[in-house]
Design a protein around this ligand. Structure first.
Ligand code: CUA
Length: 321
């Protein structure tokens, strides 16, 4: 056994310990019961063996006490597993709502990961994050289903074309960790790997400032919004052909077909690619599809821009050009 042998990867995120504890609890339960069944089997085989050819065993006609025991005990154990598992699941799926959460955009494509930080810094197959700050990834795929897996953080999520998934984590240990694609996605699936670097906060800031200069997703989204001509319809005023997007994110939007839709990442994405799916009340279905005109990272940037209009009151926001 090599000195670096580890049963499990390093516990490098806030919920890694919880996940492992639950895992060992499940293994413990399985071992205890498998062991008990084996011992009972062995004991009964010996204890109640047939001692002579004409020996007839005494018949047992059931026992309420016994049946209640083997129903209630497993039920209680299952409820513990359920409650504990639910807690770990929610801890791992709900990012804490804080100002300093870093929002990173991720797109998977055969066979690489592309990532972008809030300030515009881009990376391929690498992710740099600071120690002790929540990081939330919003992910989608350009082609087939991939899976973003960081074993040391005990976090893993499918990255699916046509929709957004997200994960979050807060790193608690400096170091370099594996990043894998954990969904078979074609010939070079096994090469779709990378590393996550957890750095001291000041080192992270240094790294960011030395990174490849790029526009922030919000700025890039604003530029795309103008380049694609979105602002020729989506503007303030009674004559606008499309609804103004200022302050729209997070609201319930009334639909032409009746009912409402929550304006979230998926709704905006759908409206860009399939404008006819959910037309806003009071508007004609005249928006063309932008399928093929804008790539996945582009859509993520448009979403980031539209999201940034969230804080502005309609009067404060400007429609450029
Ligand atoms: Cu991407 Cu496997």
């Amino acid at each position: 056994m090599s000195p670096e042998f580890q049963l499990l990867p390093t516990q490098a995120s806030t919920f890694a310990f919880e996940v492992d504890a639950l895992y060992f609890f499940l293994i413990g339960i399985s071992v205890v019961f498998a062991g008990a069944i084996f011992l009972a089997l062995f004991y009964f085989a010996v204890r109640y063996r047939r001692r002579s050819d004409d020996e007839a065993p005494e018949q047992i006609e059931g026992s309420l006490k016994l049946e209640l025991t083997w129903t209630i005990v497993p039920l209680l154990i299952c409820m513990v597993i359920f409650a504990w598992g639910t807690k770990v699941f929610f801890d791992a799926s709900k990012p804490p709502v804080t100002e300093d959460t870093i929002e990173v955009l991720v797109t998977g494509k055969q066979w690489m990961w592309k990532l972008q930080h809030p300030d515009g810094t881009r990376e391929i197959n690498e992710l740099h994050v600071p120690l002790g700050r929540p990081v939330r990834l919003t992910m989608t795929s350009e082609d087939v289903i991939h899976n973003f897996f960081i074993p040391a953080f005990r976090t893993k999520m499918d990255v699916v074309p046509g929709r957004y998934t997200s994960i979050w984590f807060e790193a608690i240990k400096e170091g370099k960790y594996h990043l894998f694609c954990a969904e078979y996605c074609g010939t070079k699936h096994s090469e779709m790997i990378g590393h996550v670097y957890v750095m001291q906060p000041h080192a992270y800031e240094d790294w960011l400032s030395g990174g490849v200069e790029g526009e922030s997703p919000v700025d890039a989204g604003r530029r795309l919004f103008a380049d694609l001509g979105c602002n020729s319809c989506h503007k303030e005023g009674p004559n606008a052909r499309g609804p103004s997007l200022n302050g729209l994110f997070g609201k319930e939007q009334a639909l032409e077909s009746g009912g409402t839709a929550l304006v979230n990442e998926d709704y905006i994405r759908e409206s860009i690619l399939k404008p006819m799916a959910k037309v806003s009340k009071g508007y004609n279905p005249v928006m063309p599809t932008y399928q093929g005109l804008v790539d996945q990272m582009g859509i993520l940037r448009l979403v980031a821009y539209i999201k940034s209009l969230e804080q502005l009151k309609p009067s404060e926001a400007t429609n450029e050009r």
